[in-house]
Design a protein around this ligand. Structure first.
Ligand code: GRG
Length: 305
């Protein structure tokens, strides 16, 4: 039984985001941890600027809700969600750098390299990436060691050269040599989809669910990951910068073809509906217990920022 079915999705998301904010605030304070020498104040300020007080916290939400599906909600899922959010925030900080997307605005605030400087922004991203694995490995993440190793391994695959970082490399190449449609799908599955896939899959790992459940949740994550990117492309075509808290129309300005710009708004909306259907089919075996994940799939395609 899903006890949350009466609560509107946006409220649930905001509640989880507040839990994540509270934990990140503690994890990213300036205190040196065991084995460390000290944490430089300016670097910590830049890290906190890039990671705190902003964002929908959708990826940690998916970690927590996929764990809850197998009755494993709790502190460990929250900490894995915080670790994943650190990686997401690092990717945004680095993506905004002049060498990449060169953005001045993120989450309605100056990007980290604008508020600080480029070198500090690079180091803030590096720190968040490294910290993520430390958070999972830490004794406070109360999971059996083999589960932690599985999480670290899956997160590394999702974030590294065969996942998000590789997808970003393909994206940079695409500015010089336009990929075909299959190439665009692969690029997006890596750049944006891999972390969302991990978010959904990780709940099954945390809960020691069966391999079949893990695969099913990972496929659900892939479907909504692709939907997330398609919705983002649609917003890039249609939304204004004030609503988004970041620049829009950038893909077109860079001459970058997206599936939405190639096929048009109507086609994209149909694809989004198909992906929600696919996500729902994957959740079929879990009945009402998966209602919050179903609502998450709808939110991903209907979001306005
Ligand atoms: C620099 C290694 C490296 C990777 C960058 C994430 C990424 C890869 C690039 C970001 C470019 C971008 C805007 C992609 C569209 C999808 C996306 C990740 C949007 C931002 O995620 P949200 O909407 O952001 O979840 P909030 O602010 O809510 O956390």
């Amino acid at each position: 039984m899903n006890t949350n079915s009466a609560v509107p999705f946006e409220i649930l998301l905001a509640e989880r985001a507040a839990e994540i904010e509270f934990l990140l605030e503690r994890l990213l304070d300036g205190r040196a941890r065991a084995g460390e020498i000290m944490r430089p104040a300016r670097l910590m300020q830049a890290i906190r600027h890039g990671a705190l007080d902003g964002g929908k916290r959708l990826r940690p939400f998916l970690v927590m809700e996929s764990a809850a599906l197998f009755s494993a909600a709790g502190e460990a899922a929250l900490r894995v969600g915080a670790a994943l959010e650190c990686i997401h925030c690092y990717s945004l900080i680095h993506d905004d750098l002049p060498a990449m997307d060169d953005d001045e605005l993120r989450r309605g605030r100056p990007t980290v390299h604008k508020a600080f400087d480029e070198a500090t922004a690079i180091l803030a991203g590096d720190s968040l990436l490294t910290e993520a694995f430390g958070i999972i490995a830490d004794a406070e993440t109360e999971l059996p060691p083999e589960r932690k190793v599985q999480l670290i391994s899956a997160l590394s695959a999702a974030a590294g050269p065969g996942g998000m970082a590789g997808g970003q490399a393909l994206d940079l190449e695409a500015e010089h040599r336009a990929p075909d449609e299959e190439g665009v799908v692969t690029l997006q599955a890596m750049k944006t989809g891999a972390l969302i896939r991990f978010a959904a899959e990780s709940g099954a790992i945390i809960a020691s669910a069966s391999d079949a459940d893990r695969e099913r949740l990972a496929s659900f994550g892939s479907a909504i990951g692709l939907a997330f990117q398609l919705a983002d492309d649609l917003l890039d075509l249609t939304a204004d910068a004030e609503t988004m808290g970041k620049a829009t129309g950038k893909d077109a300005a860079h001459g970058k073809a997206t599936l939405a710009s190639l096929h048009g708004i109507e086609w994209t909306r149909m694809q989004l509906a198909g992906l929600v259907e696919q996500a729902n089919e994957l959740l079929e075996p879990y009945g009402e217990a998966a209602d919050t994940l179903r609502a998450a799939a709808r939110f991903v395609v209907e979001r306005r920022s």
